[in-house]
Design a protein around this ligand. Sequence first.
Ligand code: 5RP
Length: 290
Amino acid sequence: MADKDEIKESKDYKIDVPFKKNNFHVKGMDHVDWGMKDRLSKIFNKKSGKTVMLAFDHGYIMGSTSGLERLDIVVPPLAEKVDVLMATRGAIRSCVPPVYNKAIALRCTAGSSVLKDDMSNEVIGVDIEDAIRINASCLAVQTFIGSSGETSSINNLVRVVDSGNRYGIPTLGVVAVGKEMERTTKFFLLATRMIAELGAQIIKTYYCDDFEKVVAACPVPIVIAGGKKISEQDTLELVYRAISEGAAGVDMGRNIFQAGNPLAMTEAIVMIVHKKKTAKEAYQFYQSKQ
Ligand code: 5RP
């Protein structure tokens, strides 16, 4: 029987041995169906194998958020530059013209606001038919491993994975860090691997110490979350470290739309993720746009 102590004993990550891909550029997705591969190819650039997702789904728990007061003004110029738009169906339908032909990571869970102490109890907030109608490329589900809402969030995840699999739509499993959890390597190793084994085809999580181990132990691509606003230079260094250590991309919100120049910040991140630029080069570019 597996138990808690098992976690700290896992150490043989073989970080220098790349994950084998046979005929498809997305990790662990060699054997999925054509339709799912087509959607994954819209998310992950075939040449770089990576993705830049712009997250602006904050309103689903926070209402109007600093930098996102006017989605209709803020999002369109950034939408041109990224691969994926991560948002709620309400934001997409009302504020994003259907002309960019970008992948949509549709926020599919709901259930709490920031007014609540414990936000870990969510429900599935979108029918699969509506996700298809909006042409979602993946279905984003928040999971609260270790929190009071752990079981219900896992129930949401597996239900959405089943619906997505039925129609060839991948699920993006989002690792939420409940207020009682710490951002340790051990936690992220546990949460990312669990969510992948429960069927999510893409994982969104935070960067952490020994991130390479988290990537190595996770059989599907990991994109990193941004989190609270930090300096532009620190953001670009974070992106660079994560990409260098195996992240398949970023899914960022506040550190883009709350940056001094959101458009230049988006372009600087794209330079690191898709064009192999260093954090220093990307920051020089960012500064040149001020
Ligand atoms: C939290 C999320 C959020 O919805 C959002 O996408 C976070 O973006 P950021 O932290 O970069 O502002 O996925 O887990």
